[in-house]
Write a protein that binds this ligand. Structure first.
Ligand code: GAR
Length: 205
């Protein structure tokens, strides 16, 4: 059998979406992919502990420490090369990548966004801010989206979406957790497996 698709997961925080990917892999739900490396844009984040617990090598590549966007992206690219990565999953990765970066990885980078794109997305819309914006607007339904990353923030092809209800009295934190539990943690492993399988197929041909 062909080698499984080698996946790098990029994180910046708690890493619950990384956990969902690791659990899916351990539970045999990602048979075409294998998480080879976790790269964090921040030191000391819990996502790195989660990687360690599953014996996946974890690294910190910090833009702040490296001093420039170029050095930051070179640091990430060096690790991607070292681990012969085929596909990248942004799982709560909060650093900006320049447009050159996705251009080198067409249909090979996935991102999870905590809203139904094209709502509450784009520049400056990340993490809790997305849920604050949904509550401020008064929408009754939100959700999550997994999409390919291109040069437009949150603008790449949509792979999967799932709707989640907003309930009276929701705070941004409560809503964030519901969106994660009911949508993100299910969609991301599913989309990762879908793309990993596609990449394996392409390699076979
Ligand atoms: C998740 O809700 C993810 O969708 C969001 O940040 C959170 C990270 O949580 N990502 C974005 O807002 C990207 N625009 P996690 O570290 O527990 O996975």
């Amino acid at each position: 059998m062909e080698q499984r698709t080698k996946i790098a997961v990029l994180v910046s925080g708690g890493g619950t979406n990384l956990q969902a990917l690791l659990d899916a892999q351990a539970g045999g739900k990602m048979p075409h992919g294998e998480i080879k490396v976790v790269i964090s844009s921040k030191a000391g984040v819990y996502a790195l502990e989660r990687a360690k617990n599953f014996d996946v090598p974890g690294y910190v590549v910090s833009r702040k420490e490296l001093g420039s966007q170029e050095a930051f992206e070179q640091g990430i690219s060096a690790l991607l090369e070292q681990y012969h990565i085929d596909m990248i999953v942004l799982a709560g990765f909060m650093s900006i990548l320049s447009s050159d970066f996705p251009a080198r990885w067409p249909k090979r980078i996935l991102n999870i966004h905590p809203a139904l794109i094209p709502s509450f997305c784009g520049k400056g819309m990340y993490g809790l801010k997305v849920h604050e914006a949904a509550l401020a607007k008064g929408v009754k339904v939100t959700g999550a989206t997994v999409h390919f990353v291109n040069e437009i923030p949150d603008g790449g092809e949509i792979l999967l979406q799932k709707a989640v209800e907003i309930l009276p009295g929701d705070t941004a934190e409560v809503l964030q957790h519901r969106v994660m539990e009911q949508a993100e943690w299910l969609l991301l492993p599913q989309a990762a497996e879908m793309v990993a399988q596609q990449i394996m197929k392409e390699k076979e041909n």
